[in-house]
Design a binder for this molecule. Structure first.
Ligand code: ATP
Length: 200
């Protein structure tokens, strides 16, 4: 059966931590396609310095150049709050007979029960979660048990996480520090050329 992995996020901007967990899951899951899907409006996050959707999409495209990853503008085209349940339903409908895998880092995984229609998410995709802190794996295991009781299929991957976040990237830009160790060179260049994240 065909397998598609979906990596949803605000990607404000995409950074090396995102690319690292995508690589790890791509290896483990043997998926035919891995899609980065930037949100239009993130329903679970309040962000003061959210770059326009087109810029976040373009930075994802630049980060994925020369890789096998794809970038989808499905949530941006749909507009409104970007609910994962709706995205997965759309992908399932457009790709009949395909198994879906939804990749998430620790912080988002631990809030899954509060998402819009979580049970629909569980029925449409296997949830793939990775730690983002030193004691993350234990928390992931405990939470995965809870979700399994509601019918979720969960794959936990104990990868060495990269301690990088989009917040770190935005802070560094604002403070005039280098972001070369945090994002791919093309993304750093795009941020500079377009004057993103200069102020709050
Ligand atoms: P921000 O700092 O603005 O909150 P972020 O770095 O958390 O952003 P998002 O685009 O919100 O980035 O994250 C998208 C997905 O990627 C989430 O599931 C998140 O948990 C995961 N993720 C982000 N960074 C990492 C990382 N360094 N290691 C593992 N997972 C990560």
């Amino acid at each position: 059966m065909n397998r598609i992995a979906i990596f949803g996020g605000t990607f404000n901007p995409i950074h090396n931590g995102h690319l690292h967990i995508a690589q790890q899951f791509e290896k483990q899951l043997h998926v035919q396609r891995l899609l980065f899907i930037p949100t239009f409006v993130p329903p679970h996050k309040q962000i003061s310095d959210l770059a326009p959707a087109e810029d976040r999409l373009e930075m994802c495209r630049l980060a994925c150049l020369g890789t096998s990853y794809e970038v989808s503008d499905l949530e941006i085209r749909r507009g409104g709050p970007s609910y994962t349940a709706e995205t997965l339903a759309e992908l399932k409908q457009n790709n009949p007979g395909t198994e879906l895998y939804f990749i998430t880092g620790e912080d988002m995984f631990l809030t899954l029960e509060q998402w819009y229609q979580p049970e629909l998410i569980y029925s449409l995709a296997t949830i793939c979660a990775a730690p983002r802190s030193t004691d993350g794996v234990d928390k992931l295991h405990a939470y995965a048990k809870r979700l399994a009781a509601h019918g979720a299929r969960v794959i936990l991957q104990n990868i060495d996480y990269l301690p990088v976040s989009s917040t770190m990237v935005r802070d560094a830009v604002r403070q005039g520090r280098s972001i070369d160790a945090l994002v791919p060179p093309r993304v750093a260049h795009y941020i500079q050329e377009n004057g993103l994240y200069q102020r709050n």
